[in-house]
Design a protein around this ligand. Sequence first.
Ligand SMILES: Cc1cc2nc3c(=O)[nH]c(=O)nc-3n(C[C@H](O)[C@H](O)[C@H](O)COP(=O)(O)OP(=O)(O)OC[C@H]3O[C@@H](n4cnc5c(N)ncnc54)[C@H](O)[C@@H]3O)c2cc1C
Length: 410
Amino acid sequence: MTICILGAGPGGATAALHLARAGHRCLLLDRATFPRDKVCGDALSGKVLSELRRIDEALPAKLAAEPAQLPSWGIDFYAPNGRRLAVPFKPHYNPATDRAAGHISKRIDFDNFLIEEVRRRPEIDFRENTDVAAHEQLPDGRWRLLGPDKQEIATADVLLVANGAQSNFARVVGGHVLEPAHHCAGLRAYYRGVTGLHPDNFIELHFIKEFLPGYLWIFPLPDGQANVGVGMLSEAVAKKKVKLRERLDEILRTHPALKGRFATAERLGPVRGFGLPLGSKRRPLSGPSYLLLGDAGSLIDPFSGEGISHAMVSGRHAADWAARAVAARNFTPEFLKGYDAAVYNRLWQELRLSRAMQCLLGYPWLFNFIANRAANNPTLAETISNMFLDLDLRERLRQPSFYLKLLLGK
Ligand SMILES: Cc1cc2nc3c(=O)[nH]c(=O)nc-3n(C[C@H](O)[C@H](O)[C@H](O)COP(=O)(O)OP(=O)(O)OC[C@H]3O[C@@H](n4cnc5c(N)ncnc54)[C@H](O)[C@@H]3O)c2cc1C
């Protein structure tokens, strides 16, 4: 019985590592040779740490000891009126004694950190530099994978499709077509010498009035570098005919709060773009003898753009359901629907809430209002901080009573 994983990013690597831990052999294919770059904001949330812990209890501490990462203690939100709302991931944190709840690490390093774990496992047959150019389903239901010159690479009883946002398989077989209302366009560049970064490496999200519903981020990195980028719903990019590259350049040159901070900064390498398939719509994640993982399954958080941890969550459940299917010798769509249920049981509530928060971007005044209130109200600032850890608190953002209490100053 062959379990084959297409794509060795966080989704595919996590699936392979869970399978290996459970004693299953698998084939892991990627067209790149690692370490490889991936266009991303490079922010690793607390959920990434908890997924690492599920792979191996020792991994979060191992990541924290890597020189190629920075621990991050929170988020600085900049409201459209320019007001800063500092939200620590943990209220009253102490960087000297607490473990950081988030990290920032270039993907060339973080993905390779996972691949180093993969390389240690004899159960995983990892083949880099292997481009899967085509796939076909055999009459017995197995998937046959072909290289660019049509030679057979492998056949799989069950195929775990984790080959990212541009997955041909997800589009053609899984039916995940690009829907501009559920897709974000993103750009990022690396800089050195950006000034005014937070001493505890807070990541910065800027909601600039003239650039809404898009946002700009500045995420500090080791060696005095920073990941700087912009994201905007593809529907808005098309409707407003936004030229993202030009806008990014212009904002960094002219925005009153940013131009000074970039005056002596140096851009390292090109500005690179990539798509973010958002999980704001529930889509099928499986079919006959296959499962879709991570970006190939459109699972990115629509508000924060976070997709690494969601790819890892889906990788963990995909390993579980692939093993179940092998044990039951059942690769039917009906059986594999259990995978969809498992992934959405874990992620759907958050995705739904983030969709609601994404809609907040259409109401800059509400954003300003919350930022103003929180600046003068430590309890509110703490509530917002706790929202990162507590879903029930985040649910309050959907309730009119939350805003009423704010209005009344409670
Ligand atoms: C601009 C931008 C900023 C982002 N910022 C953040 C952030 O700060 N934090 C966060 O959590 N998420 C962020 N994301 C989302 C995050 O990058 C993705 O959700 C995450 O990479 C998904 O992981 P994955 O394993 O599904 O796919 P990927 O990481 O894309 O991995 C897919 C793998 O498949 C391989 N592959 C593709 N096609 C083939 C083929 N035909 N044959 C063989 N191999 C193939 C590729 O080489 C690649 O290694 C951002 C995304 C963008 C575009």
